[in-house]
Write a protein that binds this ligand. Structure first.
Ligand SMILES: Nc1ncnc2c1ncn2[C@@H]1O[C@H](COP(=O)(O)OP(=O)(O)OP(=O)(O)O)[C@@H](O)[C@H]1O
Length: 313
């Protein structure tokens, strides 16, 4: 596994601040094509302020491509990104000095301890001396690894390694924290712990968390953007997305032998065994059957409804 070198800030990172200036990230008509001509982003507009943005979308939606552009690792083919009014393509250092990034393929040196690894990355980021040591200790504590900091990373669980990934992203006390698919491969308990950590870190920061798992952002996101095939399908609050899916969620009890047919004919968000059959949650503009009853949508239902509407179901 390789270590992804974080973007080096223009100058030494700022001292941690209790009060931060307001920050704003604007994404304007951003398009991106890979050299093989595949268009990964087909015109994205977003306006972000402090809080947690949940960036949802199925595999291949373009989330990682957008994250890499926001992390200044790729330039848009067209359109622009403005950080506090400054065009990031022209002056990337303004954003880099305020940026923490946990990429999807974050790797660690297994032979190093967490403390050694963070000290190494602090040096890569331009921190030195007492400031670097203080930031390493502060970040270890922030992610709950203070007691295990002298254990080798090779002995860490997946969840602990992801927390090291967050710690390295926090070294320069960033205003913008970008976290790409952080819960892939984590067990349910680690996943839950990681979600709490992200919530705790928000404060005055701007956090962008990309995922294809709705429950990763359900409890924490203050804003939600849903992407599919390089386009933005939704930009608003979780509550607004749920409201859009009102009247489109149904509970329908079927016999076990009917489940396969129901799945083929409808979008099913959940199923559970109940006495005498299986209770399905069906996402549909119309009742799937006369005996189906309306249900209140949750975020998972609303997300599936959005993707299904897009597909013309
Ligand atoms: N290096 C690359 N070269 C060519 N095409 C690419 C490359 N990386 C991604 N793509 C394509 O760009 C599109 C968007 O991919 P991207 O990885 O940004 O999506 P994603 O939403 O992050 O999905 P995933 O969760 O699977 O990573 C996909 O069609 C993908 O195949």
């Amino acid at each position: 596994m390789s270590v992804v070198a974080p973007a080096r800030p223009a100058a030494a990172a700022p001292a941690p601040s209790a009060t931060r200036p307001a920050c704003e990230l604007i994404v304007e008509a951003v398009r991106f094509s890979y050299p093989n001509k595949s268009e990964a982003l087909a015109g994205i507009d977003l306006s972000l302020r402090p809080g947690i943005l949940g960036l949802l979308g199925p595999n291949g939606a373009g989330k990682s491509t957008l994250m890499r552009i926001l992390a200044t690792l790729a330039r848009p083919t067209a359109g622009r990104v403005l950080w506090n009014g400054i065009d990031v393509a022209r002056k990337p250092n303004a954003l880099r000095a305020s940026l923490g990034y946990l990429p999807q393929d974050f790797g660690v040196y297994p032979a190093l301890t967490a403390r050694e690894f963070l000290a190494y990355l602090a040096a890569v980021k331009g921190l030195s001396g007492a400031n670097a040591r203080a930031r390493v200790e502060c970040c270890l504590a922030e992610v709950g690894l203070g007691d295990t900091a002298d254990r080798r990373l090779g002995d860490f669980s997946g969840g602990m390694r992801q927390r090291v990934g967050i710690a390295q992203a926090l070294l320069n006390d960033p205003q913008l924290l970008i976290v790409d698919e952080p819960t892939v491969g984590l067990d349910p308990e680690e996943r839950q712990r990681f979600r709490h950590l992200i919530t705790d870190l928000a404060g005055a920061r701007m956090i962008i968390l990309s995922t294809h798992i709705v429950s990763d952002v359900e409890a924490s996101a203050t804003a939600l953007a849903v992407m599919d095939k390089g386009r933005l399908l939704f930009d608003g609050t979780p509550g607004e997305l749920i409201a859009r899916a009102r009247h489109c969620t149904w509970e329908w009890r079927v016999a076990e032998s009917e489940v396969a047919g129901a799945r083929a004919a409808h979008t099913i968000s959940q199923s559970s065994r109940v006495p005498g059959g299986v209770l399905l949650r069906v996402i549909s503009a119309r009742a799937p059957a006369a005996d189906a009853t309306p249900a209140s949508p949750d975020l998972e239902d609303a997300y599936l409804w959005l993707l299904a509407s897009r597909a013309g179901h």
